[in-house]
Ligand binder design. Structure first.
Ligand SMILES: Cc1cc2nc3c(=O)[nH]c(=O)nc-3n(C[C@H](O)[C@H](O)[C@H](O)COP(=O)(O)OP(=O)(O)OC[C@H]3O[C@@H](n4cnc5c(N)ncnc54)[C@H](O)[C@@H]3O)c2cc1C
Length: 383
């Protein structure tokens, strides 16, 4: 077993959070001599497409934004609208562009070392973080973990997943509106659940079409495939197409907490650190906020890093929405349709990015069915 090389920091997991943190550390004013990044995977596949909205300019990832839109389409039975997003933009980054860009930049800096290995254990021992693999026992001052997720499931909690399968389609004739992604199309059969289609156009003849659900259980491949085929052929009226790539995944939408049983020298980041928003599954933007916060703490010379925490009121809103979805007394489709129909969308986007004022939150909550939301709120506050 190779031992004892001592690092300032170890970044365990080189996905979205690990690489975002590494790039921001590299570009910071911090003085450090050695950072280790470790992942079991080479990160050389296009395994996901990230979309998110922001109004921030000059982000470190600007060069790899594949596309940005200033509007998107929301569609439901009896309501359809192309919604202007200004001052927000809806951005898209391809997974492979993200991994390539980050790894290329990190490899130009000799302070960063990368190893491919499977992590077996992480912990804090004698004020040092330690990491064990089959071949290594490593230590450092702080370890940032996105590889090991520990969800402390409670029986009275609603723990959902956002689950989806999508096809990157290529068509013979022009079939997609390049200027306008489809954020949510609820005109699909709901199956007493929350189901919608999401479309990211790459060109007039190429788009990622995804069937998405919010629920406790994901669906079978046969179901996703049938639903996608049906939507593409019957709703989009596309008779001839090729499936160039498939994207499948799930994102936790959980009321329970991701805990940290690894001691105070391990800081959880990414989904493991609670960056996946429970009511939407959107994660990329929160990862950016949280990793930026960690780098700022280090730059300010903090003695003990504090894991960035979400404001309590947003945690409560997410829990309430999960309970409303789970109770099924009102259709999920109806909840989302009302939110988009009755609110200024920029307020809604600020709310979902956890950037809204309390007054904006109240206006948004007033727009939805009070009966169902008050019931869920009382339930949450009294438990
Ligand atoms: C297909 C897909 C599409 C998504 N699209 C969006 C989107 O459009 N917008 C959005 O905001 N969010 C999206 N998400 C959610 C979220 O942004 C991503 O899951 C994001 O990658 C989470 O970042 P992370 O760093 O926490 O985890 P990951 O990116 O999954 O990184 C964790 C890393 O840890 C490594 N690892 C795990 N176990 C070990 C081990 N034992 N040893 C060594 N390495 C290990 C993995 O190989 C991986 O590289 C999507 C998720 C998926 C799966």
């Amino acid at each position: 077993m190779n031992n004892d090389k001592k690092y300032d920091y170890i970044i365990a997991g080189m996905g979205c959070a690990g690489l975002s943190l590494a790039i921001q550390l590299k570009r910071s004013s911090l003085k450090f001599s050695k950072v280790l990044l470790i992942d079991k995977d080479l990160k050389n596949k296009n395994d996901r497409t990230w979309c998110f909205w922001t109004k921030e300019k000059n982000n470190w990832f600007d060069k790899i934004v594949y596309n940005r839109w200033d509007k998107f389409l929301f569609k439901s039975s009896g309501f359809e609208k192309e919604i202007e997003l200004h001052p927000y933009s809806y951005l898209m980054i391809k997974g492979i562009d993200f991994y390539d860009f980050c790894l290329k930049e990190l490899k130009t800096d000799s302070r960063f070392e990368i190893i491919t290995d499977e992590i077996q254990e992480i912990n804090t021992i004698d004020s040092q973080a330690v990491l064990k693999t089959k071949n290594h026992f490593l230590s450092c001052d702080y370890l940032f973990n996105s590889a090991v997720r520990t969800l402390n499931k409670k029986t009275n909690h609603i723990n959902y997943v956002q689950h989806f399968k999508g096809w990157l389609l290529e068509t013979e004739i022009d079939s997609f509106n390049v200027d306008c992604p489809v954020f949510m199309d609820f005109t699909v059969e709901q199956h007493n659940d929350c189901r919608f289609i999401y479309i990211i156009p790459f060109s007039k003849t190429k788009a990622l079409v995804e069937y998405t659900g919010f629920s406790a259980e994901k669906l079978s491949d046969e179901f996703y495939d049938g639903a996608l085929k049906n939507y593409i052929e019957k709703k989009l009226n596309i008779a001839s197409y090729k499936i160039k790539e498939t994207e499948k995944g799930e994102i936790p939408m959980v009321e329970s907490d991701f805990t940290n049983p690894f001691g105070n020298r391990v800081i959880n980041i990414g989904t493991a650190g609670g960056s996946s928003k429970p009511s939407t599954g959107y994660t990329f933007y929160f990862i950016q906020k949280n990793t930026k916060n960690i780098v700022a703490q280090l730059e300010n010379g903090t003695k003990e890093i504090i894991t960035p925490k979400r404001a309590k009121r947003f945690l409560l809103y997410d829990k309430i929405l999960l309970h409303v979805l789970d109770k099924k007394e009102i259709e999920a489709k109806q909840v989302f349709t009302t939110l988009f129909q009755k609110n200024k969308v920029t307020n809604l986007l600020a709310f979902l990015n956890e950037e809204s004022s309390f007054a904006q939150d109240v206006a948004i909550m007033n727009s939805v069915s009070k009966k169902h939301f008050i019931k869920a709120t009382i339930k949450k506050l009294t438990k």
